[in-house]
Design a protein around this ligand. Structure first.
Ligand code: DAS
Length: 356
């Protein structure tokens, strides 16, 4: 014979079973780890009208996640504060530390995807670096914002939601490191900050890979250059990064910078030339002298889009120089640093610039 339960015990039982059902449902969601590094997405301004005047790298990751309860609908989250810095101040140690943490997390069976919140100034460099050295097909998404969360029409909340949503998506696996900004899903290799004052700041001349709208991914193309699991480079085998710097081409340029970097012992120098990577006549001998000292010379261009043709503006075969293909100078520097942990001659270096 069933003994009737008093109403309050029946209700408590109902609540308990609902709570445990909710907990089970949450536990079944993909586990996304959010690694916070600082930037505007963690910034704060004095008033809602301060969309450009604010202090970056203030809000801790716990607060970023707590301020976005919608995230619980897409993933189970863990937050880690790896750094709290504006990204213009990133150095090679930041890159190595972050990549080692990302790599270690991707090896954990209970981690399904990773989001890195990052300043927008060098976000494109970090995304490309991770694309080259983290051997995992799991979604890795780098995200920032152009306005602090305290401003009217702040973009960080939706950018972060989109980043977590993409990182929790199975269809985002195997596409290399991704960047979600302004509803677009960009390739970490191709994307660069192209407008320094709009929320529609990140562009790729080859276009985004897709869009994320209301938590759903719409893909339109896939990367063709080598990345992540198809890369010959692995962060677990990289102790340090060699010195690689950039000189800028312009009218009336001189060789002071080129010679100074030679004296400083750079292993490669990226020349951000005019046009199709042109080198001023007065700079050619200085670059040839560096090459003769064993410094690799990589011709990139200050022109954001297009790509540098080998042996067009300069006899690269004769000078034993390398061309950066379609990579902007700051991206070419990242690839040259990683490549020189393995490549020992310019032919190998040029192959790497064609393939990555
Ligand atoms: N200073 C910028 C940075 O940290 C702020 C930003 O846009 O994120 O990259």
């Amino acid at each position: 014979m069933r003994i009737a339960q008093p109403a309050h015990r029946w209700f408590a039982g109902l609540l308990l079973s609902a709570a445990s059902a909710l907990a089970l449902a949450q536990a079944a969601k993909p586990h996304v780890v959010v690694l916070a590094t600082g930037g505007t997405i963690a910034g704060a301004g004095a008033s809602t009208l301060n969309s450009v005047t604010y202090v970056a790298a203030k809000v801790p990751v716990e607060k970023l996640l707590a301020g976005l309860p919608e995230l619980a609908s897409v993933a189970r989250l863990t937050g880690e504060q790896v750094f709290q810095t504006a990204s213009e101040s990133f150095n090679n140690e930041h890159l190595l530390t972050l990549a080692r943490r990302v790599s270690a997390l991707t090896k954990q069976a209970d981690v399904d995807g990773i989001v890195i919140t990052h300043g927008t100034d060098t976000l494109e460099e970090t995304a490309y670096f991770l694309n080259l050295v983290v051997h995992s097909a799991k979604p890795i998404v780098v995200v920032g914002s152009m306005r602090p969360g305290t401003a009217l029409s702040a973009d960080g909340a939706l950018n972060l939601y989109n980043a977590v949503s993409v990182a929790a998506s199975q269809d985002a696996a195997g596409k290399g490191v991704l960047v979600t900004m302004n509803d677009e899903i960009q390739s970490g290799r191709d994307v660069a900050k192209s407008i320094n004052i709009k929320t529609e700041a990140f562009k790729s001349q080859w276009g985004p890979l897709g869009m994320v709208v209301e938590g759903r991914n719409y893909w339109f193309r896939a990367p063709v250059k080598r990345h992540t699991v198809h890369s010959e480079f692995d962060i677990d085998a990289i102790e340090t990064l060699p010195a690689v710097d950039i000189v800028y081409g312009y009218g009336n340029m001189n060789t002071t910078g080129i010679e100074a970097y030679g004296k400083a012992g750079v292993k490669a120098l990226i020349h951000a030339g005019t046009g199709n990577g042109s080198v001023a006549a007065q700079a050619v001998d200085a670059l040839k002298a560096l090459r003769a000292q064993g410094v690799q010379i990589v011709r990139s261009s200050r022109v954001p889009d297009g790509f540098v043709l080998r042996n067009a503006e300069q006899p690269d075969d004769k000078y034993d120089w390398v061309v950066a293909h379609d990579l902007r100078p700051q991206k070419a520097r990242i690839l040259a640093m990683v490549a020189l942990t393995k490549a020992r001659d310019s032919k190998e270096l040029q192959r790497i610039f064609w393939e990555y």
